[in-house]
Design a protein around this ligand. Structure first.
Ligand code: DX5
Ligand code: ZN
Length: 220
């Protein structure tokens, strides 16, 4: 299976986002990190920004909500046309009802876990989701180092997904570069978010190709 590469625009030039989107047009999806200064100590975009990005993006938007009370706020991102909406398990009061609502609005539903959050309680909910995001850094900032101790969660997820025949994408986010992508792919990930490694590269398209090549042959 081919690896999906989703560059995160968190490290892009916020004053020139349309141009930045053009530099990553060979990727699979654009990862948009929504932060509310409550769930994480950082503040980024809201739904109107996502709507504007959607209008000019050559690729569908993969929205990662690092916000409190996603039960209330996540559907708004599906309503403005996000391809996928991923909310945090730690923040959601009723993940299943929220996932169903997102799907009914036409978005893929995703659930994310921080490095310290166990995945076992969510394995039985896999049919309700289109993707699971295993954070490989503490959410909040780009440019942090990959936390390898998160990898056993991917192995559990990969086993559960393969055994069930479900088509659930397994995403990693944080500290992904041409070395750590191999570790994450071998552990079971098939979808890779990369922020600083793509946007700090001289030529983002070359880095995207490098990441794809590094992961290929290692994705289950
Ligand atoms: C972190 C964000 C990530 C971030 C990754 O909270 O969810 O998407 O942009 O950045 P890098 O790839 O630099 O670790
Ligand atoms: Zn993210």
């Amino acid at each position: 299976m081919a690896a999906r590469i989703n560059p995160s625009i968190l490290t892009a030039d916020f004053a020139n986002l349309e141009r930045e989107l053009g530099r990553i047009a060979t990727a699979d999806l654009v990862h948009v990190d929504v932060m509310d200064n409550h769930f994480v100590p950082n503040l980024t975009f809201g739904p109107r920004m996502v709507e504007s990005l959607q209008r000019v993006s050559p690729l569908p938007l993969d929205v990662h909500l690092m916000i409190d009370d996603p039960d209330r706020w996540a559907p708004g991102y599906a309503e403005v046309g996000a391809f996928s909406v991923t909310f945090h398990a730690e923040a959601a009061a009723d993940p299943v009802t929220l996932a169903r609502r997102l799907r009914s609005l036409g978005a893929r539903a995703g659930i994310a876990v921080k490095p310290g959050t166990a995945i076992e309680p969510y394995l039985e909910l896999l049919p309700e989701f289109d993707q699971v995001l295993v954070m490989t850094v503490e959410p909040g900032f780009g440019g942090q180092s990959f936390i390898e101790s998160t990898m056993p969660k991917l192995a559990l997820l990969r086993e559960a997904v393969s055994g069930s025949g479900l088509d659930v994408w397994l995403q990693v986010d944080g500290g992904i570069n041409e070395r750590t992508i191999v570790t994450a792919a071998e552990a079971g990930a098939d979808t890779f978010v990369a922020g600083s490694s793509v946007f700090n590269a001289g030529e983002p398209a070359e880095q995207i190709a490098l990441l794809r090549a590094a992961a290929s042959g290692h994705v289950h």
